[in-house]
Design a protein around this ligand. Structure first.
Ligand code: GDP
Length: 408
């Protein structure tokens, strides 16, 4: 049975934590899109981790973690994250990197920086992880699948030389930067080859075997619906599809196997980068929510940038859930709103704008395990959001740690 965990909004909805919670009952966790450009925060017995690329099942020794073919795979980031787990006492996880996944080349990161520099004030606010150049090259067929590292060196060299013709022309004529040599790229790829050797495998076959055996598989999405290349706020989107449907492609599974789509909705909104954000708030009101938000403030897990803040946008959330094909909602970071007496909610872009609900001035929301023990105002907020979204909220997250979860 395949279950997807994805975001309904701009990302940072708390997917990492929900994946960590659901991972304990799963056999396999698969990352199917995106790269090291966003982070999942997970708090468990080993401490607090910001995972950028590793699947969230890495803390459970009985889980097979797969980096799917749809991922923009950064070897450097992978090596760094694996080292961090080791240094912090996490036992060696079980990881398979799809031999069909493509590699973020060192020059992808450089191109990302050069392009943002060229765009100046019109830049996208990229995390400069090389993701857009990576996917451009993938679809231009000058990308490198991991299996090519293990091919014969002459074929690899020929391919590098072909890719560099285009890259060097752009470097010289558009960016006015020095060219890249075939040797430096080849040497780097040989370094990668060695670093990855014990993790690369035929993930497709492993996944299909697991499906056949009736194993429980989690597809772990990055970012959210509104950052999807096709359905998001284009062009202020990410360069891969963030929707559960893409899981079929990026993990290599039949689409009809995805039975559950747990869509994570945060009890308020936050976004990084430019683009439409109707329920955005500013000034002191935003500062206070940002400071109290998430776990230790709403600042980018990868960049540390302050996130843009806003109230729950039910119009965007309803759309975000439709785009995902949500079968249930996990409603997160509810505890943070405990400081407010009134919580504005955006219910319509062309209506009067805001609906006010009432909420207790309490921080006691954390630690509650049963839905009925939540204050009535809090239950009203959840039930109101549920009605407006039109998808059952089956999980409520009222704190950052694994145990702060209420099932309905
Ligand atoms: P993701 O990319 O969707 O996984 O989102 P993040 O990793 O950015 O998670 C957002 C932040 O919220 C992280 O710092 C989490 O630890 C934190 N978090 C997740 N769920 C809850 C919750 O229910 N309450 C609080 N206070 N923090 C949460």
């Amino acid at each position: 049975m395949v279950k997807a965990i994805v975001g309904a909004n701009w990302g940072d909805e708390g997917k990492g934590k929900i994946t960590d919670v659901l991972a304990s009952g799963s056999d396999m966790v698969i990352r199917f899109q995106g790269g090291a450009n966003a982070g999942h925060t997970i708090i468990n017995d080993y401490g607090k981790f910001a995972l950028h690329q590793l699947p969230s099942g890495v803390f459970h020794q009985n889980i097979i973690n797969i980096i799917g073919n749809g991922v923009a795979f950064s070897v450097e980031n992978f090596v760094k994250e694996m080292k961090e787990l080791k240094d912090r006492g996490v036992p060696e996880p079980n990881i398979i990197i799809s031999d069909r996944a493509q590699i973020v080349m060192p020059y992808h990161v450089a191109f990302d920086c050069y392009e943002e520099e060229r765009l100046g004030k019109n830049s996208f606010g990229s995390t400069k992880s090389g993701i857009a150049p990576f996917y451009s090259d993938k679809y231009s067929k000058i990308g490198f699948q991991i299996n090519e590292l293990y091919d014969d060196p002459d074929s690899l060299k020929a391919k590098i030389s072909h890719a560099l013709e285009i890259k060097n022309a752009t470097l010289k004529n558009l960016y006015n930067k020095p060219p890249i040599t075939e040797e430096e790229v080849f040497d780097k790829l040989m370094e990668y080859k060695e670093q990855l050797a014990s993790y690369v495998g035929d993930a497709f076959t492993v996944v299909h075997k697991a499906l056949k055996e009736g194993k429980t598989i989690l597809l772990e999405g990055q970012l959210g619906s509104l950052k999807d290349t096709d359905f998001g706020i284009y062009p202020m989107v990410t360069s891969s599809n963030t929707i559960a449907g893409y899981g079929a492609v990026g993990a290599g599974i039949p689409p009809y196997e995805i039975k559950e789509i747990v869509t994570v909705v945060k009890a308020y909104s936050s976004a990084v980068g430019a683009g439409e954000f109707v329920s955005e708030i500013f000034g002191d009101e935003a500062d206070e929510l940002r400071r109290r938000g998430g776990d230790g403030g709403e600042f980018g897990a990868t960049t540390g940038r302050p996130r843009r803040m806003g109230w729950l946008d039910l119009v965007a959330t309803r759309y975000g859930c439709m785009v995902q094909g949500a079968t249930q909602v996990a409603f997160t970071v509810l505890d943070v709103l405990g400081y407010l007496d009134e919580i504005p909610v955006c219910v319509g872009y062309e209506l009067d704008g805001e609906v006010i609900d009432y909420f207790p001035s309490t921080t006691k929301l954390k630690g509650i395990k049963n839905y009925d023990e939540l204050p009535k105002e809090c239950r009203d907020y959840i039930e109101f959001a549920e009605k407006e979204i039109g998808v059952p909220i089956k999980m409520v997250s009222n704190g950052p740690s694994r145990n702060d979860i209420i099932y309905r």
